[in-house]
Design a protein around this ligand. Structure first.
Ligand code: GDP
Ligand code: GDP
Length: 437
């Protein structure tokens, strides 16, 4: 399980600047992010081979003038709950403010590791200003400049020392791990109860990992699987949890640790921005995915084409990723509950699917010949061979070409669509790489 790092601090200390610096490099590697517009708040960073997630708690604050007292403080409290390490940003050019004192007080009263970071130390001269931050009672301040990068290497080295080891739970690897996610009141707890019935159907809580384990194993309807973070879902809303921030931040760990996400949508409300935010998290983590339109029993006058219309709207909102299952359920009447579980298992299998190289070439090479990549700058692009890589998180196809850099996105999409047209990869993202032959 990867670590989660939350950046907290008052407005304008440089949280989003630091967030961008930490997540930028990764963004360049992950290719499939087109279409996910909401990525200001959550991203992935890698340093010295360790991957971790970063949450910018400020990314959610829209109008910082009237949320100061209550809301930002609650953001901080939730960040503390959900994160493994907290970065408390202060502004060395401005010195300590009352707000910094308040946040420091909250942070001193809890047990998660906190790194005090004095930002805007743009030159070495600023080190003389750092002494006053010891007053916050959070140990040594680490000086960085989020804008020009000064000190950030040492800072990241230090950050890694606060991480918990990237342990993997003692799970049976071949069993699928599902997470049910969605905004409050979509019906997550209800559907989980419908899946698993009474508590006694739980096969086992994972032994030996009690402190951090978020997996519960189930054996129902002939399927053996883990549900991720069911406890987190049952933890009921305390304050104002209809805010996007809460449902999104609470979903992070579950999404990161599952194979297939079941995104619950409330049929009476349709897709809203919170759903899109959670969807974006799922995409960034490249997980298998199904949509469950719940409370279908509440939709009146269901004509047969209502389902089609509803489906079309959802696919439109989640474009360009369109190849995923949508199931209309009622957790209350248990309509199509079993279907959800079966489909999640199918998506899991699709995600593992391996196409033999010979078959793949037999199918793809003629298709490429019929519709070759357009010539660029008078040069012809030839794709000679394709193979699916072994041992990848999601199905990954490697094409060999004479001029890989000339193969543009539309053609990659063509290749992906061709693959999807022939083989069942419903619900799973796939990756296309093109390399020099
Ligand atoms: P946030 O509200 O905490 O997310 O702060 P932002 O990242 O939006 O930064 C607020 C302002 O501080 C912007 O004008 C940034 O360009 C500036 N800023 C951020 N980091 C630094 C830094 O390291 N040095 C200097 N001089 N300015 C910075
Ligand atoms: P959660 O916050 O996502 O875990 O949502 P809950 O499972 O607690 O459900 C929220 C409310 O919606 C509860 O009052 C449920 O009884 C109700 N609910 C959940 N699923 C359905 C459904 O399929 N149909 C109807 N009519 N109500 C539902």
């Amino acid at each position: 399980m990867g670590n989660i790092v939350a950046i907290v601090g008052r407005p304008n200390v440089g949280k989003s600047t630091l967030f961008n610096r930490l997540t930028k490099s990764r963004r360049a590697i992950v290719n499939d992010e087109a279409g996910t517009t909401r990525d200001r708040q959550y991203g992935k960073c890698e340093w010295e081979g360790r991957e971790f997630s970063v949450i910018d708690t400020g990314g959610w604050v829209i109008n910082s003038s009237d949320v100061f007292e209550g809301e930002i403080k609650r953001h901080v409290v939730l960040a503390i709950e959900e994160a493994d390490v907290i970065l408390f940003l202060v502004d060395i050019q401005n010195g300590i403010t009352d707000y910094d004192l308040e946040v420091a007080q909250i942070l001193r009263g809890q047990t998660k590791p906190v790194m005090l970071v004095s930002n805007k130390a743009d030159t070495f001269e600023w080190q003389y200003g750092v002494a006053e931050f010891y007053k916050l009672g959070l140990g040594e301040p680490h000086m960085i400049s989020a804008i020009n990068g000064l000190g950030t290497g040492d800072f990241l080295d230090k950050l890694l020392t606060y991480f918990k080891p990237d342990f993997s739970d003692d799970l049976e690897e071949e069993l699928p791990r599902f997470a049910v996610v969605g905004r409050p009141n979509a019906g997550k707890s209800s559907i989980i109860n419908a899946f698993v019935g009474e508590e006694r159907t739980i096969v086992t809580d994972i032994a030996g990992t009690t402190r951090d384990s978020i997996y519960t194993r189930f054996n129902k309807f002939g399927h053996d699987f883990y549900l991720v973070d069911t406890a987190g879902i049952r933890k009921k809303a305390k304050v104002n949890e209809d805010l996007e921030y809460y449902s999104v931040v609470r979903s992070i760990r579950a999404i990161e640790n599952c194979d297939v996400c079941i995104l619950m949508i409330d049929a009476t409300r349709g897709i809203e921005s919170q759903d899109l935010n959670i969807f974006s998290l799922i995409q960034k983590n490249r997980k298998g995915f199904i949509v469950c339109v719940n409370k279908w029993d509440l939709i009146e006058n269901k004509e047969s084409n209502d389902i089609k219309k509803y489906e079309a709207t959802i696919r439109e909102r989640l474009a360009p990723f369109v190849d995923f299952p949508i199931i209309f359920t009622s957790a209350t009447t248990k309509q199509r509950i079993l279907k959800v579980l079966e489909t999640a298992v199918e998506v899991y299998e699709n995600k593992q699917r391996k196409i033999p190289t010979a078959k793949l070439n037999e199918y793809m090479l003629p298709a490429i010949e019929n519709y070759p990549p357009p010539a660029l700058k008078g040069k012809f692009i030839r794709i000679k061979y394709v193979t699916q890589l072994p041992n990848t998180q999601i199905p990954t196809f490697l094409f060999f070409a004479n001029l890989p850099q000339y193969v543009k996105d539309p053609y990659r999409r063509f290749l992906e669509n061709k693959i999807r047209a022939k083989y069942d990869f419903t619900g799973t993202p796939i990756q296309i790489f093109i390399r020099q032959k």
